[in-house]
Design a protein. Structure first.
Lengths: 321, 176
């Protein structure tokens, strides 16, 4: 792949991810509305609110862009950029169809999880440089939460890799032609459960949205942000959410494999299904307390993930030797 | 902490129940009423509009006799009436009703002995300036022509409050 070709493909990928994320926010609002017996977006682009994401974007662009005087201006402005860039970088390694991936390397899974864990730096810096007590408390919480949940997340990500014996997404997708990992007895179900729970915590979603617990911390680390910089955090969160849904469909639900036909359509369908599940969880449960959240991680998810990985490793070693 | 632990069965039940509740909503029609396009019907005995001072149907004379009963009963003291007497009866020289603090309790309508003050049947009576919320006698009289009157009227409500005429047997309170 020449440089120009790669550049063009990258731009296309970036644009399509942005477009998909914009309409994911629309879908989330519409779906949340229905879960609560409301209608959701309606007036902008009647009768389904089709133009709502564009209206939101324009509104955020027109807002005043504030930087706190007493804060650290440089870090304050860099943090949202960091969050967005890091969230997007992970997409380069994901295979959207069985034969197309932007950056084709053997260690895709490793790179993906590495970039995923770097988001916490941006969020922490945002909270720190805001010079605001709520933002700082939220930043500390975020650091504790995201670093802690990184462990079960990676433990559950490793299970498909161990079962296949490769960190390459393509190999993992290829191996699932015989059977999706979600149907793998015990190991598959446990690892998708652990993965989804810790991914929710990583993405600061309800029921783990302690970093921006509105009732305690106003808006958490983003309390001082306004306009487009705030939108960057929002964008980063949604891109992360999309990445999580995509990753679930690729690692556990067989990716482009499916009945009747094969290809990117199945990835899209499965991704949307996972996203709907995340939304459903969002409006059904309450926010956990911080100690409960930590307890869930250290006393439940991490040991379970370790045990699961051990079983998967035993199975793999018995089958490969 | 340890003593008031919830059992895992209860937790699991609650988890499934909450998921079930949200899913039930998903397959239900939204309850939202798109207000300016579709309007919910106003109940027959609606209480919540602005006020009007009525005039007699036949003679066209204003009904208010300036007795100040409404001023006395108003819980938030928003009514101020001045009385004057000529041509054999009382008149309201001025009648000021400050809607800014009105709690729409309808007590002034209930006590009115001449059906003079009534509330109007309707909820879309907004104004754009705060001065417009202080209703003087001219505005109140004009409101009678502008809006239909609500169900409640002073004499009607007083009759409802009155004990039923007749013997105690008829009212069913004998031999309690």
């Amino acid at each position: 792949m020449s440089f120009l070709e790669g550049f063009v493909q990258g731009i296309v990928l970036l644009g399509s991810v942005l477009g998909v994320v914009a309409y994911l926010t629309w879908f989330e609002r519409k779906f949340s509305g229905r879960l609560q017996s409301r209608i959701g977006p309606y007036w902008v682009g009647r009768p389904h609110g089709w133009l709502q994401p564009i209206a939101d974007g324009l509104k955020l662009l027109a807002k005043e862009d504030l930087t706190p005087l007493k804060g650290d201006g440089l870090l304050f402005n860099l943090a949202p950029v960091w969050v967005v860039v890091i969230s997007f970088l992970g997409f380069a390694f994901l295979p959207f169809t069985s034969n197309w991936v932007l950056v084709n390397i053997d260690l895709g899974l490793l790179y993906f999880s590495a970039f995923g864990s770097l988001i916490v730096v941006g969020v922490f810096v945002a909270g720190w440089s805001s010079n605001n007590k709520y933002a700082l408390i939220s930043a500390l919480r975020t650091a504790a939460q995201m670093v802690a949940y990184e462990i079960p997340l990676v433990l559950s990500l490793l299970v498909p890799a161990v079962l296949v014996g490769s960190l390459d997404f393509k190999d993992i997708v290829e191996a699932q032609r015989e059977g999706w990992f979600v149907f793998f007895p015990f190991v598959g179900q446990v690892s998708i459960l652990v993965f989804l729970l810790s991914a929710l915590a990583e993405g600061n979603r309800i029921p783990f949205d302690l970093p921006e617990a509105e009732s305690e911390l106003v808006a958490g680390f983003s309390v001082e942000y306004s306009g487009m910089k705030f939108a960057y955090f929002y964008l980063g969160e949604y891109v992360h959410l999309l990445a999580v849904s995509l990753l679930t469909s690729i690692l556990f639900l067989g990716g482009p494999d499916g009945p009747l036909f094969q290809g990117g359509i199945w990835v899209a369908i499965k991704t949307l299904a996972v996203f709907v599940g995340i939304l459903w969880i969002r409006w059904s449960f309450l926010r956990l307390r911080i100690d409960q959240m930590m307890l869930l991680n250290w006393k439940f998810l991490t040991p379970l993930g370790l045990l699961n990985l051990l079983i998967a490793g035993l199975w793999a070693s018995l089958n490969y030797t | 902490m340890r003593n008031n632990r919830i059992s895992s069965v209860t937790l699991l039940k609650a988890t499934i129940l909450s998921l079930w509740l949200t899913m039930k909503n998903l397959f239900r029609r939204p309850v939202t009423v798109q207000y300016p396009a579709t309007r919910r019907p106003i109940p027959e005995r609606w209480r919540g509009g602005t006020f009007a001072l009525t005039t007699d149907k036949e003679t066209g004379e204003e009904n208010c006799i300036g007795c100040k009963l409404c001023e006395r009963i108003c819980p938030s003291n928003v009514i101020t009436v001045e009385m004057e007497k000529h041509s054999g009866r009382g008149w309201a020289k001025s009648f000021i009703l400050d809607l800014q603090a009105c709690i729409q309790c309808e007590l002034c309508v209930q006590v009115c002995p001449t059906d003079a003050i009534v509330m109007v049947y309707g909820m879309e009576t907004p104004v754009t300036r705060r001065e417009d919320l202080i209703l003087n006698k001219e505005k109140l009289m004009a409101n009678e022509k502008l809006y239909p009157a609500a169900w409640a009227r002073g004499l009607k409500l007083q009759q409802l409050h009155e004990p039923e005429r007749g013997t105690e047997e008829k009212r069913g309170v004998v031999g309690k």
